[in-house]
Write a protein that binds this ligand. Sequence first.
Ligand code: EPU
Length: 434
Amino acid sequence: MFICGLFSSFLVIKWGIMDKIRIVGGRPLDGEVRVSGAKNSALPCIAASLLTADPVFLRNVPGKVRDVSTMILLLEHLGTNASWEGSALRLQADAIDEFEAPYDMVKTMRASVLVLGPLVARFGKAVVSLPGGCAIGARPIDMHLEGLQAFGAEIRIEHGYVSARAKRLKGAHYRFPNITVTGTENLIMAAVLAEGKTVLENCALEPEIADLIALLRMMGANISGEDTPTVTIHGVDSLYTAQHSIIPDRIEAGTFLIAGAITGGSVTVTHCVPGHLAALLEKLGKSGCRLDAGQNSVHIENHGQLHPSDIETHPYPLFPTDLQAQYMALMTQANGICRIHENIFENRFMHVAELQRMRADIKVHGHVAEVHGRTALSGACVMATDLRASASLLLAGLVAEGVTVLQRVYHIDRGYERIEEKLRQLGAEIERIS
Ligand code: EPU
């Protein structure tokens, strides 16, 4: 069992849990910013390396993102040899001697559950602490477990842990009752080494899933149907070495575009995939921003008044829940009323109370937030309880009058690589205080 005290001390030292970010608002951002690799793609791709004893090389991994480092630590805990070779992360799971993802890791990062599918597929056993609820909602993993049961795994829940066992998984037909991103990823990873054919229906369509499938195919998996709701997998006996480059982070890209818009600036976001941002770009265009999308970049300018444009969060390709909080910060600067429907998570308005402390005029009715703009925001000491809520407060701080101090910076570090450095590069007056 993992040593809880040691791990907590590690987090305090390594991740600077006491850090704050101080922003002086009011500067229009100007310049170019490069997007890192996608956190939500790197996490399943790292877990997928458990499916082979051969080395897997991943490029464009956002190594400074805390969830990514936690995932690497988890794999090392299981016995994976992880090292950086130049800019590539090398992962070799040829000495796995531990099959348990302990509570102390899972509680800091729910995506730890992504080791379940690969471990049970290759070794026939896996024990993962049940993630439980988190700041944004209950987030059960029932569909991951139901799918593994359909593949013949015996699932038991005891003492807060889920254990999955199977001699060899057997391919099956499984339809997800609802769309789940990591659930789709877990079952695809389980099916690649299962015996026979698997058909997964009602799969999530997020680009991170196609990225995982691209890696698995390079490793020798037989998969078709990526970018469609039905994915078909013919199981193989073993997988082998591969090299893969992680796709750009569409949520980080979207956050920087909103930063350009909210400050009345002129920002070019480079190394991104504009097609992955279509739902956001449509809304930014309707709000009055000038946009110019190139092959791997998007330029945004906002020198006029912003108009409100309502959003509803839904699975990809519709508006992502992971940009809802940032978009809400932007809408505090639009002239009029904007309605924001959060449909994915039941508790993802935790940023509202903190935005209100900065003078935002927002009313919440169930899963709808009504933002009344435009408000001259006022800098304040704020703190968030989750990653994207922190990003929203930081964006509000960029346009607020006076000083904003963002506390609990470890939330933002879970998903952004040194966001304050990238924003400073664009002309923001921002610093990290340790
Ligand atoms: N759900 C169930 N049962 C399940 C699985 C999901 O009821 O077995 C529910 C969830 O409670 C939620 C909905 O289904 O209401 C969608 O959850 P999903 O499983 O799709 O979320 P996830 O896979 O846990 C990923 C991202 C999240 C992102 C969501 C939705 C990763 C590592 N995480 O989570 O990213 O918000 O999809 O797009 O890919 C973030 O990066 O800030 C973040 C939270």
